[in-house]
Ligand binder design. Structure first.
Ligand code: APR
Ligand code: PHB
Length: 391
């Protein structure tokens, strides 16, 4: 089999790239290790930057996003019992974010792909990337015990943090930067109305919490937990009680609780691999970088990588120019590092770090008070939260 671009991974990165290439007449095959249902079963963040919404529009997959997505003009930061509203719209001259789950973005992209009759290989085993540093790369995989090989011009490594593409690069050709945080997020999804219309990011003596949502009837809540903790230690009641005790009192009184649809613990990590290009193989999305979820930049950074990469490939095929692919890594990384900085900053502001000294706690509280007192500081936060413009 032969294709122009072999895309490894059918998460949002791989599927969005496939869709943008298809719109521009470039042939691609997506090769995924899991089933489609498994991919859709993963619950992830749900806040889209305005520029990400525009990219999904450009890809022709924004119909449901436009009708079901919730446009948010602001969000709250709670520190102990104090509440600060960040008025995104006012602080950024009219920009907003859209609350729409990553699962739904993925579903829309999968539907568009099957409607267009495009090829996705699910349940591919033992995926290998071969000769990616030559002009004739290949992808090998097993399906139902049979070995298949795809020849291609390019390989797009959209296979997430644990994927095969980054792992196939020799150690001396790649540099990895990492910070692991000493806690996790325990998340709960429930068919209950959100505690309020906007998100609340909170810092409490017992730890971080986040009140988010998927719709007016479906909520997503998180609380900071120990890394060694396990979901089995958390009954729904225990979760709701912990969240209630962290929320400011008036909000705790309004919290509607209910049975969990899903509960899981996610670790927090900052990670960047450099570069993101190895000959004719590119890394995009979680394959190249991870952010802690504070600030919801994971999916948004994946979208910006895919924007740069799709434009580079369109330029390669349309104008026979390698300029775009030569600049992909540097361009994508410049924006990624800004997302890394912002997610790190939000994480430092909002979590209780077990190793923090009294001094650290005072500085953290002062960071909040400075933010509350300075419109300039709020503008910096808002500009990053709604998403920096693509350059
Ligand atoms: N072969 C084929 N597919 C693979 C392999 C492999 N060896 N390894 C991993 N995959 C698949 C995974 O099963 C997954 O479906 O690659 C896909 C990668 O998807 P994601 O992990 O969702 O990564 P990405 O598409 O870059 O999306 C980034 O996901 O984790 C969130 O916060 C992150 O929102 C961001 C988004
Ligand atoms: C979510 O809704 O799951 C969510 C929202 C905002 C974040 C992280 C997660 O920063």
């Amino acid at each position: 089999m032969r294709t122009q671009v072999a895309i490894i991974g059918a998460g949002p990165s791989g599927l969005l790239l496939g869709q943008l290439l298809y719109k521009n007449g470039i042939d691609a095959v997506v090769i995924e290790r899991q089933t489609g249902d498994y991919v859709l079963g993963r619950i992830r963040a749900g806040v889209l930057e305005q520029v990400a919404v525009e990219l999904l529009e450009e890809a022709g997959v924004s119909k449901r996003l436009k009708s079901e997505g919730l446009v948010h003009d602001g969000f709250d930061i709670a520190y102990d019992s104090d509440l600060l509203r960040i008025d995104l719209k006012k602080l950024t001259n009219g920009k907003t974010v859209t609350v729409y789950g990553q699962t739904e973005v993925t579903r829309d992209l999968m539907d568009a792909r099957s409607e267009a009759g495009l090829k996705t290989v699910y349940c591919a085993q033992d995926v290998e990337v071969i000769d990616y540093d030559t002009s004739n790369p290949k992808v090998k995989y097993k399906l139902n015990g049979q070995v298949h090989e795809i020849e291609c011009d390019f390989i797009a490594g959209c296979d997430g943090f644990h994927g095969v593409c980054r792992a196939s690069v020799p150690k001396n050709a790649i540099k990895e930067y990492e910070r692991v945080y000493p806690f996790g997020w325990l998340g709960l999804l429930s068919d209950t109305p959100p505690v309020q219309e906007e998100l609340i990011y909170g810092n409490h003596a017992d730890g971080f919490y986040l009140c988010s949502m998927r719709s007016s009837q479906r909520s997503r809540y998180y609380i900071q937990c120990a890394l060694s903790d396990h979901v089995d230690n958390w009954s729904d009641d225990k979760f709701w009680n912990a969240l209630k005790s962290r929320l400011p009192q008036n909000l705790a009184e309004q919290l509607v609780t209910g049975a969990s649809l899903e509960k899981s613990i996610a670790p927090l990590r900052s990670f960047v691999a450099e570069p993101l290009r190895f000959g004719r193989m590119f890394l995009a999305g979680d394959a190249g970088h991870i952010v802690p979820p504070t600030g919801a930049k994971g999916l948004n950074l994946a979208a910006s990588d895919i924007r740069y990469l799709s434009r580079a490939l369109i330029e390669f095929y349309g104008e026979k120019s390698e300029a775009g692919i030569n600049h992909y890594s540097q361009k994508a990384l410049a924006r990624i590092w800004k997302g890394e900085r912002f997610s790190w900053w939000m994480s430092m502001l909002l979590h209780r770090f077990p190793e923090n000294t009294g001094f650290d706690n005072k500085i953290q509280r002062t960071e909040f008070e400075y933010l509350a007192s300075s419109e300039h500081a709020q503008r910096v936060l808002a500009e990053n939260y709604v998403g920096l413009s693509y350059t």
